[in-house]
Design a protein around this ligand. Structure first.
Ligand code: MLT
Length: 311
Protein backbone atom coordinates (compact mmCIF):
# COMPACT_ATOMS: atom_id res chain seq x y z
CA UNK A 1 0.00 0.00 0.00
CA UNK A 2 1.13 3.48 -0.78
CA UNK A 3 1.74 5.52 2.33
CA UNK A 4 0.86 9.16 2.26
CA UNK A 5 4.51 10.21 2.36
CA UNK A 6 5.61 7.99 -0.55
CA UNK A 7 2.66 9.23 -2.60
CA UNK A 8 3.74 12.76 -1.82
CA UNK A 9 7.36 11.94 -2.63
CA UNK A 10 6.30 10.63 -6.03
CA UNK A 11 4.17 13.64 -6.75
CA UNK A 12 7.03 16.01 -5.97
CA UNK A 13 9.70 13.93 -7.69
CA UNK A 14 12.32 15.02 -8.52
CA UNK A 15 13.39 17.20 -5.60
CA UNK A 16 17.11 16.59 -6.07
CA UNK A 17 19.56 15.59 -8.78
CA UNK A 18 19.15 12.28 -10.60
CA UNK A 19 22.04 9.93 -11.24
CA UNK A 20 22.35 8.51 -14.76
CA UNK A 21 24.57 5.44 -14.56
CA UNK A 22 26.78 4.66 -17.56
CA UNK A 23 28.32 1.18 -17.83
CA UNK A 24 31.44 2.31 -19.71
CA UNK A 25 34.33 4.71 -19.16
CA UNK A 26 34.06 8.47 -19.50
CA UNK A 27 34.94 9.80 -22.93
CA UNK A 28 33.55 6.80 -24.82
CA UNK A 29 30.53 6.59 -27.13
CA UNK A 30 28.02 5.47 -24.48
CA UNK A 31 29.21 8.19 -22.14
CA UNK A 32 28.89 10.82 -24.84
CA UNK A 33 25.30 9.83 -25.68
CA UNK A 34 24.49 9.81 -21.96
CA UNK A 35 25.91 13.29 -21.47
CA UNK A 36 24.09 14.52 -24.56
CA UNK A 37 20.65 13.47 -23.32
CA UNK A 38 21.33 14.23 -19.64
CA UNK A 39 21.24 17.98 -20.19
CA UNK A 40 17.80 18.32 -21.84
CA UNK A 41 16.36 15.58 -19.60
CA UNK A 42 17.48 17.67 -16.64
CA UNK A 43 15.96 20.80 -18.16
CA UNK A 44 12.65 19.01 -18.59
CA UNK A 45 12.66 17.62 -15.05
CA UNK A 46 13.91 20.80 -13.38
CA UNK A 47 16.82 18.96 -11.72
CA UNK A 48 20.32 18.13 -12.87
CA UNK A 49 20.85 14.68 -14.36
CA UNK A 50 24.36 13.72 -13.27
CA UNK A 51 26.27 11.13 -15.29
CA UNK A 52 28.16 8.53 -13.26
CA UNK A 53 30.53 6.12 -15.01
CA UNK A 54 30.56 2.60 -13.59
CA UNK A 55 32.77 0.74 -16.07
CA UNK A 56 33.91 -2.86 -15.96
CA UNK A 57 32.94 -6.42 -16.84
CA UNK A 58 31.08 -5.47 -20.01
CA UNK A 59 28.62 -3.27 -18.22
CA UNK A 60 27.55 -5.98 -15.79
CA UNK A 61 28.98 -4.11 -12.77
CA UNK A 62 26.79 -1.11 -13.56
CA UNK A 63 23.78 -3.31 -14.30
CA UNK A 64 24.19 -5.03 -10.93
CA UNK A 65 24.48 -1.67 -9.20
CA UNK A 66 21.32 -0.33 -10.85
CA UNK A 67 19.37 -3.54 -10.21
CA UNK A 68 20.16 -3.12 -6.50
CA UNK A 69 19.60 0.64 -6.31
CA UNK A 70 16.62 2.16 -4.53
CA UNK A 71 13.71 2.33 -7.01
CA UNK A 72 13.00 5.95 -6.16
CA UNK A 73 13.62 7.60 -9.52
CA UNK A 74 16.99 9.04 -8.47
CA UNK A 75 18.94 6.28 -10.20
CA UNK A 76 18.43 5.69 -13.90
CA UNK A 77 20.53 3.80 -16.39
CA UNK A 78 21.56 3.89 -20.04
CA UNK A 79 22.97 0.78 -21.67
CA UNK A 80 23.42 -0.44 -25.21
CA UNK A 81 23.15 -3.83 -26.94
CA UNK A 82 25.36 -5.17 -24.11
CA UNK A 83 22.20 -5.42 -21.99
CA UNK A 84 21.09 -8.18 -24.37
CA UNK A 85 24.40 -9.94 -24.94
CA UNK A 86 25.58 -10.19 -21.30
CA UNK A 87 23.58 -13.34 -20.55
CA UNK A 88 25.31 -15.18 -23.40
CA UNK A 89 28.77 -13.80 -22.58
CA UNK A 90 28.71 -14.42 -18.83
CA UNK A 91 27.86 -17.69 -17.09
CA UNK A 92 26.24 -16.08 -14.12
CA UNK A 93 24.73 -12.64 -13.75
CA UNK A 94 23.55 -11.27 -10.43
CA UNK A 95 20.57 -9.63 -12.16
CA UNK A 96 18.12 -10.60 -14.88
CA UNK A 97 17.94 -8.20 -17.83
CA UNK A 98 14.27 -9.11 -18.30
CA UNK A 99 13.05 -8.82 -14.70
CA UNK A 100 15.42 -6.58 -12.71
CA UNK A 101 14.61 -3.31 -14.45
CA UNK A 102 11.84 -0.97 -15.50
CA UNK A 103 12.00 0.12 -19.12
CA UNK A 104 11.80 3.77 -20.08
CA UNK A 105 12.48 3.80 -23.80
CA UNK A 106 14.86 3.26 -26.68
CA UNK A 107 17.25 6.07 -27.58
CA UNK A 108 19.30 5.72 -30.73
CA UNK A 109 20.81 3.11 -33.04
CA UNK A 110 24.53 3.65 -33.45
CA UNK A 111 26.28 2.23 -36.53
CA UNK A 112 29.90 1.07 -36.47
CA UNK A 113 32.96 1.22 -38.72
CA UNK A 114 35.79 -1.30 -39.02
CA UNK A 115 38.97 0.79 -38.92
CA UNK A 116 42.68 0.16 -39.16
CA UNK A 117 45.69 2.16 -38.03
CA UNK A 118 46.74 4.71 -40.62
CA UNK A 119 49.83 2.79 -41.76
CA UNK A 120 48.33 -0.70 -41.83
CA UNK A 121 49.23 -1.98 -45.33
CA UNK A 122 45.78 -3.00 -46.71
CA UNK A 123 43.88 -0.19 -48.41
CA UNK A 124 40.45 -1.77 -48.62
CA UNK A 125 38.50 -4.65 -47.16
CA UNK A 126 39.50 -7.16 -49.87
CA UNK A 127 43.16 -6.43 -49.17
CA UNK A 128 42.51 -6.58 -45.43
CA UNK A 129 40.94 -10.01 -45.80
CA UNK A 130 44.04 -11.31 -47.60
CA UNK A 131 46.32 -9.62 -45.06
CA UNK A 132 44.41 -11.17 -42.15
CA UNK A 133 44.48 -14.60 -43.73
CA UNK A 134 48.25 -14.31 -44.31
CA UNK A 135 49.09 -12.90 -40.88
CA UNK A 136 46.50 -14.48 -38.56
CA UNK A 137 47.20 -13.87 -34.89
CA UNK A 138 49.95 -11.36 -35.74
CA UNK A 139 47.12 -8.94 -36.45
CA UNK A 140 45.90 -7.16 -33.31
CA UNK A 141 42.33 -6.03 -32.77
CA UNK A 142 41.32 -3.68 -29.99
CA UNK A 143 38.01 -3.79 -28.18
CA UNK A 144 36.49 -1.88 -25.29
CA UNK A 145 36.51 -4.95 -23.05
CA UNK A 146 34.39 -8.06 -22.76
CA UNK A 147 30.73 -7.34 -23.43
CA UNK A 148 31.51 -4.21 -25.42
CA UNK A 149 29.87 -3.89 -28.81
CA UNK A 150 33.35 -3.44 -30.28
CA UNK A 151 34.15 -6.92 -28.98
CA UNK A 152 30.93 -8.22 -30.49
CA UNK A 153 31.79 -6.72 -33.88
CA UNK A 154 35.29 -8.22 -33.75
CA UNK A 155 33.87 -11.57 -32.74
CA UNK A 156 31.46 -11.62 -35.67
CA UNK A 157 34.17 -10.48 -38.08
CA UNK A 158 36.54 -13.25 -37.00
CA UNK A 159 33.83 -15.84 -37.08
CA UNK A 160 32.73 -14.76 -40.59
CA UNK A 161 36.36 -14.80 -41.83
CA UNK A 162 37.19 -18.01 -39.97
CA UNK A 163 40.29 -16.53 -38.32
CA UNK A 164 41.43 -15.74 -34.82
CA UNK A 165 43.27 -12.47 -34.35
CA UNK A 166 44.99 -11.29 -31.20
CA UNK A 167 42.22 -9.46 -29.39
CA UNK A 168 43.25 -6.73 -27.00
CA UNK A 169 40.67 -5.65 -24.43
CA UNK A 170 40.86 -2.04 -23.22
CA UNK A 171 39.01 -0.39 -20.35
CA UNK A 172 36.81 1.51 -22.80
CA UNK A 173 36.66 2.88 -26.30
CA UNK A 174 38.64 6.00 -25.35
CA UNK A 175 41.94 4.18 -24.70
CA UNK A 176 41.32 1.71 -27.56
CA UNK A 177 40.85 4.56 -30.03
CA UNK A 178 43.89 6.37 -28.68
CA UNK A 179 46.04 3.32 -29.39
CA UNK A 180 44.57 2.90 -32.88
CA UNK A 181 45.34 6.55 -33.67
CA UNK A 182 48.82 6.11 -32.19
CA UNK A 183 49.44 3.01 -34.31
CA UNK A 184 49.88 0.64 -31.32
CA UNK A 185 47.04 -1.62 -32.42
CA UNK A 186 45.98 -2.70 -35.93
CA UNK A 187 42.18 -2.80 -35.95
CA UNK A 188 39.17 -1.50 -34.06
CA UNK A 189 35.49 -1.74 -34.88
CA UNK A 190 33.93 1.28 -33.20
CA UNK A 191 30.67 3.15 -33.03
CA UNK A 192 30.41 6.26 -35.21
CA UNK A 193 29.71 8.52 -32.21
CA UNK A 194 33.22 9.97 -32.05
CA UNK A 195 35.16 8.69 -35.04
CA UNK A 196 33.74 10.56 -38.07
CA UNK A 197 36.35 13.37 -37.91
CA UNK A 198 39.22 10.83 -37.79
CA UNK A 199 37.75 8.96 -40.74
CA UNK A 200 37.28 12.14 -42.77
CA UNK A 201 40.84 13.30 -42.00
CA UNK A 202 42.27 9.88 -42.93
CA UNK A 203 43.81 9.50 -39.50
CA UNK A 204 42.59 5.91 -39.66
CA UNK A 205 41.84 3.53 -42.52
CA UNK A 206 38.16 2.70 -42.95
CA UNK A 207 37.44 -0.81 -44.19
CA UNK A 208 33.67 -0.81 -44.02
CA UNK A 209 30.53 0.01 -42.08
CA UNK A 210 28.56 -2.58 -40.09
CA UNK A 211 25.32 -1.39 -41.68
CA UNK A 212 23.38 -2.62 -44.69
CA UNK A 213 23.34 0.89 -46.19
CA UNK A 214 26.19 3.38 -46.45
CA UNK A 215 26.25 6.18 -43.90
CA UNK A 216 25.34 9.75 -44.92
CA UNK A 217 28.28 11.25 -42.98
CA UNK A 218 30.87 9.07 -44.79
CA UNK A 219 29.26 8.04 -48.11
CA UNK A 220 32.59 6.95 -49.60
CA UNK A 221 33.05 4.19 -47.02
CA UNK A 222 31.44 1.00 -48.38
CA UNK A 223 29.47 -1.37 -46.15
CA UNK A 224 31.11 -4.64 -45.12
CA UNK A 225 28.02 -6.34 -46.50
CA UNK A 226 28.57 -5.00 -50.03
CA UNK A 227 32.21 -6.12 -49.87
CA UNK A 228 31.51 -9.79 -49.38
CA UNK A 229 30.34 -10.11 -45.76
CA UNK A 230 26.73 -10.31 -46.88
CA UNK A 231 24.23 -9.23 -44.23
CA UNK A 232 26.96 -8.19 -41.75
CA UNK A 233 25.13 -5.89 -39.36
CA UNK A 234 25.98 -4.71 -35.84
CA UNK A 235 24.30 -1.71 -34.27
CA UNK A 236 24.76 -0.37 -30.77
CA UNK A 237 21.13 0.29 -29.92
CA UNK A 238 20.53 2.02 -26.59
CA UNK A 239 17.85 1.97 -23.93
CA UNK A 240 17.13 3.87 -20.73
CA UNK A 241 16.20 1.80 -17.68
CA UNK A 242 15.41 2.20 -13.96
CA UNK A 243 15.51 -0.25 -11.05
CA UNK A 244 12.52 -2.59 -10.82
CA UNK A 245 9.78 -1.09 -8.71
CA UNK A 246 10.34 2.55 -9.64
CA UNK A 247 6.86 4.13 -9.30
CA UNK A 248 4.82 4.40 -12.48
CA UNK A 249 4.29 8.16 -12.10
CA UNK A 250 8.07 8.62 -11.97
CA UNK A 251 8.61 6.33 -14.98
CA UNK A 252 6.05 8.35 -16.94
CA UNK A 253 7.90 11.59 -16.20
CA UNK A 254 11.23 10.00 -17.12
CA UNK A 255 9.75 8.80 -20.39
CA UNK A 256 8.47 12.30 -21.16
CA UNK A 257 11.91 13.73 -20.31
CA UNK A 258 13.62 11.24 -22.61
CA UNK A 259 11.23 12.11 -25.46
CA UNK A 260 11.89 15.80 -24.84
CA UNK A 261 15.66 15.19 -24.99
CA UNK A 262 15.47 13.20 -28.21
CA UNK A 263 13.36 15.91 -29.83
CA UNK A 264 15.82 18.63 -28.91
CA UNK A 265 17.37 20.11 -32.08
CA UNK A 266 20.86 20.13 -30.51
CA UNK A 267 20.71 16.44 -29.68
CA UNK A 268 19.33 15.56 -33.10
CA UNK A 269 21.99 17.56 -34.92
CA UNK A 270 24.85 16.13 -32.87
CA UNK A 271 23.65 12.58 -33.52
CA UNK A 272 22.91 13.16 -37.19
CA UNK A 273 26.45 14.48 -37.68
CA UNK A 274 27.65 11.02 -36.63
CA UNK A 275 25.07 9.20 -38.79
CA UNK A 276 23.26 8.05 -35.67
CA UNK A 277 19.53 7.55 -35.95
CA UNK A 278 17.40 8.76 -33.10
CA UNK A 279 14.70 6.12 -32.95
CA UNK A 280 11.17 7.10 -33.98
CA UNK A 281 9.06 8.31 -31.06
CA UNK A 282 6.94 5.16 -31.03
CA UNK A 283 10.10 3.34 -29.92
CA UNK A 284 10.69 5.65 -26.99
CA UNK A 285 8.33 3.51 -24.93
CA UNK A 286 8.80 0.85 -22.24
CA UNK A 287 7.04 -1.74 -24.38
CA UNK A 288 9.22 -1.14 -27.41
CA UNK A 289 12.43 -1.29 -25.35
CA UNK A 290 11.36 -4.54 -23.72
CA UNK A 291 10.50 -6.11 -27.08
CA UNK A 292 13.81 -4.93 -28.53
CA UNK A 293 15.69 -6.43 -25.58
CA UNK A 294 13.87 -9.77 -25.88
CA UNK A 295 14.43 -9.93 -29.64
CA UNK A 296 18.11 -9.12 -29.30
CA UNK A 297 18.66 -11.65 -26.49
CA UNK A 298 17.15 -14.29 -28.78
CA UNK A 299 19.10 -13.12 -31.84
CA UNK A 300 22.56 -12.78 -30.30
CA UNK A 301 22.53 -15.61 -27.77
CA UNK A 302 23.02 -18.39 -30.35
CA UNK A 303 25.53 -16.35 -32.39
CA UNK A 304 27.72 -15.66 -29.35
CA UNK A 305 27.50 -19.21 -28.05
CA UNK A 306 28.37 -20.63 -31.48
CA UNK A 307 31.25 -18.31 -32.21
CA UNK A 308 34.46 -18.97 -30.39
CA UNK A 309 34.61 -15.97 -28.12
CA UNK A 310 37.96 -14.25 -28.48
CA UNK A 311 39.43 -13.06 -25.21
C1 MLT B 1 32.01 2.64 -24.69
O1 MLT B 1 31.31 3.59 -24.37
O2 MLT B 1 33.17 2.49 -24.25
C2 MLT B 1 31.49 1.69 -25.70
O3 MLT B 1 30.12 1.80 -25.90
C3 MLT B 1 32.01 0.35 -25.50
C4 MLT B 1 31.62 -0.59 -26.60
O4 MLT B 1 30.58 -1.22 -26.43
O5 MLT B 1 32.33 -0.78 -27.60
Amino acid sequence: ALTCSTALAQKDWPTRSIQLEVPFAAGGPTDSIARLIAVPMGQYLGQTVVVENVPGAGGTIASTKVARAAPDGYTIYIHHIGMATASALYDKLSYDPLTSFEYIGQVADVPMVLMGRKDLPPNNFKELEAYIKANGAKVTMANAGPGAVSQLCGLLLQSRLGVKLTNIPYKGTGPALTDLLGGQVDLLCDQTTQIIPYIKDNRVKSYGTTTLKRLPAIPNVPTLSEQGLKGFEVKAWHGVYAPKGTPQAVLDKLNAALKFALNSPDVKKRLEDSSIDVVSMDKVTPKSLKTQLENEINAWGPIIRKANIPD
